[in-house]
Design a binder for this molecule. Structure first.
Ligand code: ADP
Length: 501
């Protein structure tokens, strides 16, 4: 091992994160929250941190501080060469955010899709992006020693780095870490797209980049990254099973020694009840009265009656099968006859949008549905509701239940993945209980949990205790970033992984 990659405890590290989504620049889900917060937390711990992401539409307008950097990519992409621009934003000390600018690939209305249809050239877009990441990792003057990639969009970076280390004269190549935020999205594309990587076809193998004749980007990363992580300890165990392994459990089991679950943190600078520009009133554990003000304002905002004493249930979610809408809708059809109200903010599958409209028509004045992406309303729903519903089929970590805990909104969750790791049910600890869990993936089990919530609502002192318990749980980023630092140091102290070797 060269001196440049020698790990010594305590020494600041040089880390390059790569992700398609990074908050506050571009976001469709929790991936963005995590990568943005991890970058900041590592920089504040004294590490040298770069984040690289695509320059999506609108970012330059919203962040006028971005400046163009002189850089030439000019990279092979199949039988062509493609160039891109490099832009830089330095939001705080020790943190550099690099943007790959390519109008044809990234200056579009959506990140991955438009009007519900994936862009036909997603393989090309993200293979190119991955190549830009590797190019930066190799030639940035501050020489990153760890490249930490996230999900399928950047998973091929691990393979590209490994290949260049062995065959491309890059003996000091960084160690790679791949975080799986969601195993259900693997980046599956027609086999011919593998040619765009310009890698030897030997990696297009069922134990690496190939699956059933197709390119599988995430699989290639799982096979070749030096370290693998997921975003909660329970999900790290679940993905080793056939039920949650999405066809890759066998490969993950093989890599188990290098796999670790690290629970995501919450960015409390953004998600807090006391200094929050999105909330019409502030409140705290000491004085919860502002929460009622937020609830009234929310009811007004979404057009529900401001009647006192009726529990409000809410959710903010991608409208995708994963999020449990198949059990949420029938459970609500059953439960909304009771004295309760429901508000949902979401975007995604058109079938679910229609089904939600039918629910609203059946229960006028009790149900409010907002379709779209609205961060401000997301905060108000988290804060203004009494109960937060998250009946996921599977949940790698889940951030919304952690936000709701901090906001004194009692989460009702299915006991899977990160939901199980973060919420405490009375059956686990009467003193520390802060939420309601159910196990079976069924509308009946969820309806039963909602009934429990209605009972809890009828006992204000107990409800208060649940709220205070939740608000006091600390998921701050220091612990999470410390976990990643350990993983990086461990990787640096070990020989690099060699696929097939
Ligand atoms: P996932 O990443 O699987 O979608 P998470 O719970 O980990 O789920 O994170 C979702 C993030 O995206 C949260 O910050 C949530 O508030 C946000 N979010 C999801 N849908 C919307 C929406 N329609 N409007 C605003 N924010 C949303």
């Amino acid at each position: 091992m060269s001196a440049g990659t020698q790990a010594s405890a305590g020494r600041p590290l040089r880390v390059l994160l790569a992700s398609s989504e990074v908050h506050p620049y571009s976001k469709t889900g929790g991936l963005a929250d995590m990568t943005g917060a991890l970058g900041r937390a590592l920089a504040r711990m004294g590490h040298r941190v770069g984040i690289v992401k695509p320059l999506f539409r609108g970012v330059r307008e919203r962040f006028p501080g971005l400046r163009r950097v002189d850089w030439r990519f000019d990279l092979p992409l199949g039988d062509r060469r493609v160039d891109a621009e490099l832009w830089l934003h330095e939001p705080e000390r020790g943190l550099a955010v690099y943007f790959i600018g390519h109008d044809g690939y990234f200056n579009r209305a959506g990140l991955y899709n438009e009007n519900g249809r994936d862009y036909a050239d997603n393989a090309e877009r993200f293979i190119f992006f991955s190549k830009c990441v590797v190019h930066l990792a190799r030639y940035l003057p501050w020489r990153p020693e760890v490249v930490h990639v996230h999900d399928w969009q950047t998973a091929l970076v691990a393979l590209l780095v490994q290949h260049e280390r062995r065959w491309g004269g890059w003996s000091e190549a960084p160690r790679t870490c791949l975080t799986i935020h969601n195993l259900a999205y693997q980046g599956y594309f027609p086999g011919w797209t593998y040619g765009l990587t310009n890698l030897p076809w030997s990696y297009f193998h069922p134990e690496c980049a190939e699956a059933y004749g197709q390119l599988n980007c995430l699989k290639a990363g799982i096979a070749t990254a030096d370290r693998l992580t997921t975003v909660s300890p329970r999900y790290a165990r679940e993905i080793l099973t056939e039920e949650f392994g999405e066809g890759l459990a066998w490969l993950l089991r093989r890599r188990q020694a290098h796999l670790r679950g690290i629970l995501n943190g919450v960015d409390y600078e953004e998600w807090n009840t006391e200094h929050n520009p999105h909330l019409p009133a502030s409140y705290s554990v000491q004085d919860l009265s502002g929460k009622a003000v937020v609830k009234r304002a929310l009811l007004r905002e979404v057009g529900l009656p401001e009647e006192e004493g009726v529990p409000l249930f809410g959710t903010v979610t991608r409208l995708a099968e994963q999020k449990g809408l198949d059990i949420l809708l029938p459970a609500l059809h059953e439960m909304l006859a009771a004295r309760m109200r429901f508000v949902l903010l979401g975007s995604g599958d058109a079938g679910y949008v229609e089904a939600l409209e039918r629910l609203r028509e059946r229960y006028p004045g009790k149900v409010a549905i907002r379709i779209g992406f609205d961060p401000g309303l997301a905060h108000r729903i988290e804060a203004g509701c009494d109960f937060y519903l998250m009946p996921s089929r599977f949940e790698p970590c889940g951030l919304n239940q952690m936000y709701s805990l901090r906001y004194g909104t009692v989460p009702i969750v299915r006991a899977v993945g990160g939901l199980d790791d973060t919420v405490v049910d009375a059956r686990e600890s009467v003193e520390r209980a802060n939420g309601i869990k159910f196990h079976e993936y069924s509308a009946a089990a969820l309806a039963h949990a909602i009934r429990k919530a209605l009972v809890l609502y009828g006992h204000p002192a107990l409800l208060h205790r649940y709220r205070v318990n939740g608000m006091q749980v600390d998921f701050s980023w220091v612990r999470t970033a410390g976990g990643y630092e350990e993983v990086y140091r461990e990787a640096l102290a070990s020989p690099p992984v060699v696929w097939g070797g």
